[in-house]
Design a protein around this ligand. Structure first.
Ligand SMILES: Nc1ncnc2c1ncn2[C@@H]1O[C@H](COP(=O)(O)OP(=O)(O)OP(=O)(O)O)[C@@H](O)[C@H]1O
Length: 364
């Protein structure tokens, strides 16, 4: 598949005023149960152009997985309009096959999307990895030539050759995730939904997964919607980040804009050659913590760490360093604490503010 110029393309994913309400039964008193409604997604509107890689972040229970499940057709929205590659992922029951099989629309959509849920596998537990891929080939009716090319590329980029004969249940979490990523791409989908693809992975596995996603997006022009709690995923992969909270979009822009809106801090962690008094005289930074030869310097999240590193290295015996991002929950708490003027939401519609706040779109 050739790379498409995102500028020329119409939105591949369109979400307009989408809602999802779950009805749950909760215990009231000792014996009674009452129906209760959970508004998981609440008037969500956004568009993703073809070829874009977008981070989709928010605190636990914000509505991220529910959004992805609606975009894949696993869940039907309670209201609003969804289109993926021009297809409604959840056509009305009138269009579904009366024998319970997916409608032709859903089959058509399944051929154009790939999904990876970090906490679950789509691979066959007892089969060697390569047999799972063969089953995927048959399910999606991938032509032999395309299958070979896609598999060879995934095996190369994800370092899968030593794992192809290993049953999935014997794979480590990181190996299984690489296996799942390959399985999701064998039928050459235009859109890839990733729900926490780096969760629980060690640093090396995370780096492999990120490098692979970067390559797939650049090489094939695959559109990627990525949910994660790891801001480094966003920093390394996505030029755009959408923040959802209580089912509503509260930010849509780049990571620098999010940091600026949140008005929070990042940490430069430095390992010195010896235990020294707190670092002083580094403009724009304050020493937040000292533990032996390791010191933590807090600096405004929207600023670059480079001048700090230069200033520290010029005056102190620097051995190692790392930049720590705040976690998603902290960033969003800071986003609320930081204030912000009412803006117009993506798509042009003025929307009510979540918890008295409006969508912050730095690029509007
Ligand atoms: N099948 C369901 N039935 C009832 N409530 C549900 C169901 N699925 C999700 N919810 C509720 O909807 C809200 C959004 O859940 P969702 O799983 O989409 O959040 P999330 O942003 O993906 O969270 P996390 O980061 O923890 O995975 C939560 O309050 C959750 O409890």
């Amino acid at each position: 598949m050739g790379k498409t110029d995102p500028a020329e393309a119409e939105p591949l994913i369109e979400v307009a005023g989408v809602e999802k309400v779950f009805t749950v039964r909760r215990k009231v008193g000792r014996l009674r149960r009452a129906r209760h409604q959970v508004r998981a997604v609440d008037g969500l509107t956004f568009q993703v152009p073809r070829g874009e890689m977008v981070g989709y972040i928010g605190p636990n229970g914000a509505g991220k997985s529910t959004t992805i499940k609606m975009l894949t057709g696993i869940l039907t929205p309670s209201g609003g309009r969804l289109r993926v590659a021009g297809i409604d992922p959840s056509p009305s029951s009138r269009l579904r096959s009366n024998r319970g099989y997916p409608s032709r629309e859903r089959t058509r959509l399944a051929r154009r999307i790939g999904v990876v849920f970090g906490q679950r596998t789509t691979l066959w537990w007892d089969l060697p990895l390569k047999d799972s891929y063969e089953l995927v080939r048959r399910m999606y009716r991938v032509p032999a030539g395309a299958f070979r090319t896609n598999l060879d590329r995934c095996v190369e980029l994800l370092d899968l050759a030593p794992l192809l004969d290993v049953p999935v249940r014997q794979l480590s979490l990181g190996q299984r995730m690489r296996g799942d990523l390959a399985a999701a791409l064998l039928h050459d989908p235009e859109v890839l939904y990733l729900d926490e693809p780096t969760i629980g992975l060690d640093v090396t596995s995370k780096a492999k997964v990120r490098a692979f996603l970067h390559e797939v997006n650049a090489e094939r022009g695959t559109t990627v919607l990525l949910t994660t709690h790891d801001l480094t995923d966003i920093e390394q992969l996505c030029r755009r980040v959408m923040v959802i909270d209580h089912g509503r979009l509260v930010f849509d822009g780049d990571l620098a804009g999010l940091r600026a809106a949140a008005d929070g801090e990042r940490l430069l962690v430095v390992d010195l050659a010896a235990e020294l008094p707190p670092i002083e005289g580094v403009p724009g930074a304050r020493t937040a913590k000292v533990d032996g030869p390791r010191q933590w310097l807090a600096f405004p999240a929207a600023h670059s760490a480079a001048p700090l590193v230069t200033a520290v290295a010029a005056r102190y015996p620097l051995v190692d360093l790392a930049v720590r991002e705040p976690d998603v929950e902290t960033l969003i708490a800071e986003l609320y604490a930081g204030g912000g003027a009412a803006r117009v939401a993506p798509g042009g519609a003025t929307r009510p503010a979540p918890r008295d706040r409006a969508v912050i779109c730095p690029h509007d």
